[in-house]
Each structure stands twice: as C-alpha cells, then as structure tokens.
Design a protein around this ligand. Structure first.
Ligand SMILES: C[C@H](O)[C@H](O)[C@H]1CNC2=NC(N)=NC(=O)C2=N1
Length: 124
C-alpha cells in the first residue's frame, strides 16, 4: 500500500514538473540564437576595438611584421576549431582583420562574441 502511494506521488510530482521544465527550456538562450540589436550593442561594448554593422563583428589587429601576424593567425586555429566556429580572415602584411558572423543563423549570435573575446586575449 505504501509502495503504491510512493508511485502515485512520484507520478504526480513528475507531471507537475513538466510545465516548469518546458518554461525553463524555452527561456534559456541558445548559443546559436540570433541576438537582438540591443544585445549586440551591449555585447560590443565589452569588446574594445571591435566594430559591427549589425550582421558581422570585426577587428583589425596590427603586428610588427608578417611573421608575427601569421603566428597570431595560427594561434586562433585551436579556439576556432574547439568552438566549431571559424572567422573570416584578411591578411595584409602585418595586419589581420578578423570577421565573425554565424552563417547558419544569418547574423550575430553569442558564439561570435565568445570567440571574439578569446581571439582578443591571444593578441595581448
Ligand atoms: C556544420 C558546421 O559546424 C557549421 O557549418 C559551422 C562551421 N563554422 C562556422 N563558422 C562561422 N563563423 N559561422 C557559422 O555559421 C559556422 N558554421
């Protein structure tokens, strides 16, 4: 009899938890969700020297010579690969312009900003 009570009570608790679980899941921001203009403006504030047109963020890094610039490019391969996210790169002698956007989402997502932060740290 007691076992039956426990089973019934467990079922009841589980059913009560379903709407709660669904609500939490719906309101948890996904890394691949497009950011709003307000979110983009907030996030770009935290990334000095990065600029945006609302669809892409980019920054030009300047180094003492070509070899140092290429060394920087090589260093960003590992964080890009581990994020499964890849910047567009333009190399001009001692300058590297890094551009990030989420092609799959058609604009900027949290992924772009987190990789931008990691790339900025490499240049310090
Ligand atoms: C399947 C694969 O993970 C996707 O195509 C990834 C690869 N790297 C990527 N990199 C960037 N910058 N944007 C993407 O949308 C993207 N998509």
């Amino acid at each position: 009899m007691n076992q039956l009570r426990v089973i019934i009570l467990s079922c009841l608790v589980s059913f009560l938890l379903i709407p709660f679980t669904v609500t939490v899941a719906e309101n948890t921001p996904n890394n691949s969700m497009l950011l709003s203009e307000t979110e983009i403006n907030q996030k770009i504030e935290t990334l000095p020297e990065w600029t945006t047109d609302g669809k892409v963020i980019s920054r030009t890094f300047e180094f003492k010579d070509f070899v140092t610039a290429i060394d920087f490019v090589n260093q960003l391969v590992a964080p890009a690969e581990s994020a499964g996210h890849h910047p567009d790169l333009a190399i001009s002698y001692n300058k590297v312009t890094v551009s990030l956007t989420t092609h799959d989402a058609g604009g900027l997502t949290a992924l772009d900003f987190s990789l931008a932060e990691k790339i900025s740290q490499l240049a310090n």
